[in-house]
Every structure is written in C-alpha cells, then in structure tokens.
Design a protein around this ligand. Structure first.
Ligand code: ADP
Length: 475
C-alpha cells in the first residue's frame, strides 16, 4: 500500500515567489502520476515537497494516511531519480547501487541479492563491475533507476529523468520505465515538461501552469475534453488550431446554431449544441468564443470534403511538410489571405499560416493550392474567450461542473479587473496630487519673482496669500 494525499499545498519561497498554489490530489496505490507543464510552473517544487527536500509552506501531505510534513526525507520511504544521474564516478555500478543500503547497515547478502535483482530487471548485469564513465547515457540512467529500485521504496519520484538523453534513447527509456512500473507495481510520480512523455506514461496526468493545477485526468480525457484553452493547446502536436468567433442562429428543435469565425460560417451539429453550457450567454450576443479544432480533425481527402455532413472551408496552402506517415499542411483561411500583388510586401515573420491540418500522407495538396478542408465538427472544442474555460460539457451531468467553474473564473476576472481599476485610480490620484503640488510650487515661485520685480504698492496687495495657503494640504 502506498497512497498519497496532498491537501491545499502551497509553496512560498523566502524570496516571495509563490511556486505552488492550493495543490490538491489523492494518489492511489500503484498509480503512475505525471506532473506536466511548461518550465517554471511548479512541478519540481511539488515533487521536492513530497520528497521532503523542500519545506511545505502550508497544507498537508499524507503518505498511507500518515501526516509526513515534518518527517525527514530518509524516513518517508520514497526514492528519487533526478535528471542528472548523480552517480559516484569512483565507484563501480554495483557499489553505486549498493551504497545507500550499506549506509542503512543492511546485511551484505541481502544487499547483494537486491542489487543483482535490480540489475536483472534493468538489463545491466554485465556492467556491474564498470565505472559510470564507461557507460552510455541510457545505461547510466538505468543505474540511477537501479539505485532507487534496490531501496524498495513505497513511492518512486522521478524528476525529468530522460531529459539528458537523445530522442531515440528517450523513447526507448520511456517504454522501459513503463514496463518497470508494471513490474514493480509501486506508485510512481514523474515530472516532465514533455507532453508526449506525459501522454504515453501516465495513468493520470496533472497539467500545471504558473503554480496552479489546471486539470487532472487520464491522457485520453485530457485530449478529448480539455478543461481550458491552455490544456487544449498544451496537449497534442501539432497544437490545436484556435479561432476567435461568435455563435449565431437560433436554438430549439427546429433551430440551427452557427459558428462564425473570420469569413466562415458553419453549422454546429445538434448533439454539440446540446452540450454547450449557458448557450444564451453566447447566442447572438457580443460575447466571443474561441473555436478549437485539432489538426488531425481536418481533412483534405475527397471523401471527407464531398460528404455534406462535414462543414468545409476554403484555405490556401502555404507550406507542405511530408513526414512519411502523415503530411502537415500549413494554410491560411480566407480572412488571412492577402491579394497576390500585396503578398510580396509581407515579411515571412508576419506572414502567419493560421490553420494546420494533419492529413493523409497520400495527400496531393501542394503549396500555393487553394483547397477545401473538411472539418470533423463533432470533435470541435469551444471556449469562453474571456475566461478560456471550455463551454462544451462532456455530457449532461458534467454541465453543472463546467458552469460552476465558469462562474468562479468570471468572479476571479471581475475581482482582478476591480483591483486593477482601483490601482489605476490610486495611481491617477497620486499623479494628480503631484501635479497640483508642482503647480502650486511654480505659482509660489512666480509670485515671489513678481514681488521682487513689482512696485511696492502692488506687493502690498494680498494676492499671493491664497497660493501659500493652498500649498499646505498638498504637502
Ligand atoms: P518547474 O519544475 O515546473 O520548472 P519549479 O518548481 O522549479 O518549476 O519552479 C517554480 C517557480 O518557483 C519558478 O518561478 C521558480 O523560479 C521558482 N523557484 C524554484 N526554486 C526556487 C528557490 N529555491 N527560490 C526561489 N524561487 C524558486
């Protein structure tokens, strides 16, 4: 048994940086959990708090139901594997793996048995007498894993363990770690910035951004039902296409709801419309939505384009990348296309293709072609432009959850806007006070100058008195 419960965990570094905000997660025994997100989103900090290498600022961490916030790392029964394998260069592979157990004063025969068993699992038995410098990157990484395995921990923590390896070795080690997880049947927590690693290895994935958890779900649910635009863009390569647009038309049994973006207008199927949360908020209103469609849900094959069930749009192909197993078409929708004669004045940096389609490798589309692209509309995604939260529920039961999240985000946005407005008003008031102070100073200076230059009878007049008085409150 090795379950973990993270409750309202925060990390605020002494420098004032809040690296992790309100992290909540229940990890079951034998799960393979992946923390994924861009650099600096708080993945390593969270892992290091679990390991005990970083103090938890607030919140509770339980391992097997026991609060371990104040327990030393060595007493948490976990093993951590780092990106840099940190092997002892002067020791053999055997000694590197045995070292931790010797420190724990484990009897020699038991150490020997554990090291040999781990070496067998990892396929490094023949290297046991070698020093790390005589090993390849992949072999060294296996030794680092071996050093963790021999401890037979309750939980394995892995922090970007494959980052130092080349692409081919990385994919090989990926499958090896998955097999290792199956073989050891222990809880794994794995940190990576690579969404492919996350998708291929995790039983559940935690997507993080700026210290906040965005979504916790299985790989397929993250792909099919991203909760917001960030998750939608982060999971999947090439990235999902996004277009700002509006919803128009009419609802009801006979009505039809249209998605309008750029110069396009396409009908949404009824089964999608039924899953839109708070449809009235968007239908024929000024409130914008973002339409998302993955490159693999766009098709240039005739069978797709000629099927009237699928809406299609006209695009101009900019660049074709034939990858062998598939072909990527980088295209421009009609709103992005400029007349031929004006095209030459655009630099290639400003000349952005706004639609990527991942089509069959037998596609005959060429750069410069004007083609029709069919949209597999049943796989479309819709987000609120302001909050970036999805407005499409997975099913009827999921609607309330999405609506609650939408409302929460709106409240946060409103609070943020109010705070920003307050700050701006305070800054403006300060600037106005400063300007007034300067004006009064100038007035006083001028009055003084006039006093020196003016005839004696005029000076006697009390003209400068109010100025001197007015200055006081400003100071
Ligand atoms: P990730 O692993 O996702 O790349 P980290 O957990 O390493 O992100 O860092 C999260 C945030 O905390 C970043 O903004 C980083 O700069 C900050 N941070 C990390 N370690 C420290 C530290 N020791 N002191 C201050 N800030 C830190």
């Amino acid at each position: 048994m090795s379950s973990l419960n993270l409750k309202n965990i925060y990390k605020v570094y002494p420098s004032g940086v809040t690296a992790v905000t309100d992290f909540n997660l229940d990890i079951e025994d034998k799960e393979f959990i992946v923390f994924v997100g861009p650099s600096g989103c708080g993945k390593s900090t969270t892992l290091r708090m679990i390991a005990g290498l970083e103090e938890i600022s607030s919140g509770e961490l339980y391992i097997d139901g026991v609060l371990v916030n104040n327990r030393a790392p060595k007493d948490r029964d976990i093993a951590m594997v780092f990106q840099n394998y940190a092997l002892y260069p002067h020791m053999t592979v055997y000694d590197n793996m045995a070292f931790g157990l010797k420190l724990r004063k484990m009897p020699k025969p038991q150490i020997d048995q554990r090291v040999k068993e781990a070496a067998r699992i990892l396929g490094i038995e023949m290297y046991l007498s070698r020093k790390p410098k005589a090993l390849s990157g992949g072999q060294r990484q296996r030794v680092a894993l071996g050093r963790a395995i021999v401890r037979e921990p309750k939980v394995f923590l892995l922090d970007e363990p494959l980052s130092n390896l080349d692409a081919k070795l990385r994919s090989q080690m990926r499958t090896e770690i998955t097999k290792l997880h199956n073989r050891l049947a222990t809880t794994f927590i794995y940190v990576t910035h690579d969404q492919v690693e996350a998708m291929t290895m995790g039983t559940r994935i935690v997507v993080m951004k700026d210290g906040f958890m965005q979504q916790v779900d299985t790989p397929i649910n993250l792909y099919d039902h991203p909760i917001n635009q960030f998750v939608a863009g982060f999971i999947g390569t090439p990235q999902m296409n996004f277009f700002s647009g509006k919803l128009t038309g009419s609802k009801g049994a006979k009505g039809k709801v249209y998605l309008e973006f750029g110069l396009e207008k396409i009908a949404l199927p009824k089964e999608k419309v039924d899953l839109i949360c708070n449809l009235d908020k968007y239908l024929n209103t000024d409130r914008e939505i973002v339409f998302g469609i993955r490159p693999e849900d766009l098709h240039d094959e005739e069978a797709w384009v000629n099927d009237s069930k699928n809406p299609s749009i006209e695009v101009k192909v900019d660049v074709v990348e034939a990858l062998g197993s598939e072909t990527l078409l980088y295209c421009k929708t009609r709103s992005e296309q400029v007349p031929e004669d004006e095209e030459s004045i655009k630099s290639i940096v400003d000349d952005v293709s706004n639609l990527t389609a991942k089509v069959d490798s037998r596609s005959s589309s060429k750069a410069g072609d004007n083609i029709k692209i069919a949209i597999d509309i049943i796989h479309c995604h819709l987000f609120d432009k302001e909050t970036e939260v999805t407005i499409l529920a997975r099913d009827e039961e999921n609607k309330a959850e999405i609506e609650a999240l939408q409302a929460k985000r709106e409240e946060e946005e409103a609070a943020k806007a109010a705070a920003a407005a307050e700050k701006l008003a305070a800054e403006e008031a300060k600037a106005a006070a400063e300007a007034e102070k300067q004006r009064l100073k100038m007035e006083k200076k001028l009055a003084k100058k006039n006093k020196v230059e003016a005839p004696a009878e005029e000076v006697a007049a009390p003209a400068e008195e109010p100025a001197a008085e007015e200055e006081k409150p400003a100071e």
